[in-house]
Design a protein around this ligand. Structure first.
Ligand code: CTP
Ligand code: CA
Length: 221
């Protein structure tokens, strides 16, 4: 076996991680989704477990295998993800929102398959709850980490998310960069916090997870 971590700096800590892209159903056969592969969240779960943490992974649909020693809870929608996060949040030392949570869901769900007709179809959408923002508002003694996938103005947008959501760290990810996109094994991020800005070299998502968790460990100590 490969030795992932040389220390157990998260021993005795409880870490909650969300991963993957939520799916918002329109009818029994269709949903609104996104391109998140779940790889970043699963890598974080694997690395956090290697650091000795007690890891709960709340996962939107994903084909990835559950990392060893990690408790996985499967959810589909943003609403289910929010319910699971708030069910487990109390006891957590660290919460990392790596999931791509849908911002909108169809206002109505059709129990029967929507049949095509002539002309256009208009689907009304409503906002979902912002899980990270609510965690920030109801903050207890926890380290809160969010992600920001941006196609432009990376640092500016990430800074504003850090403030707006009252997170401790935002991991900013430039999705316009090639070879580091959603399904990619690699990623290139800048981690920002109130007093820090750390740019990690392009690396596989497990190495990025290590870099993120090292910043979390610093905040815990
Ligand atoms: N997030 C969340 N709940 C939502 C939407 C997002 O908890 N309903 C979290 C994500 O998991 C991520 C962070 O908020 O950690 C930032 O997500 P992002 O989509 O980049 O930001 P938004 O605030 O949704 O803004 P926008 O999509 O308009 O850029
Ligand atoms: Ca969003």
């Amino acid at each position: 076996a490969i030795l992932l971590a040389e220390n157990e700096e998260l021993l005795g800590k409880k870490v909650l991680i969300t991963a993957g892209g939520t799916r918002e159903a329109l009818d029994p056969v269709r949903f609104l989704g996104n391109h998140s592969s779940g790889k970043m969240g699963y890598a974080l779960a694997r690395m956090a477990a290697a650091y000795g943490a007690d890891v709960t992974l709340i996962s939107a649909p994903s084909n990835l295998t559950t990392p060893k020693g990690v408790e996985r809870i499967d959810v589909k929608t943003a609403t289910e993800m929010a319910e699971a996060v708030f069910k487990y949040k109390e006891e957590q030392d660290v919460i990392i929102m790596a999931a791509a949570v849908a911002d909108y869901r169809p206002k109505e769900f059709s129990d029967t398959k929507i049949k095509k007709k002539d002309g256009d179809l208009l689907i009304e959408l409503e906002r979902t709850e912002d899980i990270l923002a609510r965690l920030g508002k109801e903050r207890e003694n926890q380290v809160l980490v969010g992600f920001a996938a941006e196609s432009d103005n990376l640092l500016e947008n990430a800074q504003s998310k850090l403030k707006r959501k009252k997170a401790d760290l935002i991991v900013a990810n430039d999705i316009s960069a090639q070879e580091t996109g959603f399904a990619s094994d690699d990623n290139q991020v800048t981690i920002i916090g109130k007093d820090i800005q750390v740019t990690l070299e392009k690396a596989d998502k497990l190495e990025i997870a290590r870099g993120v968790l090292d910043e979390v460990v610093k905040l815990l100590n």
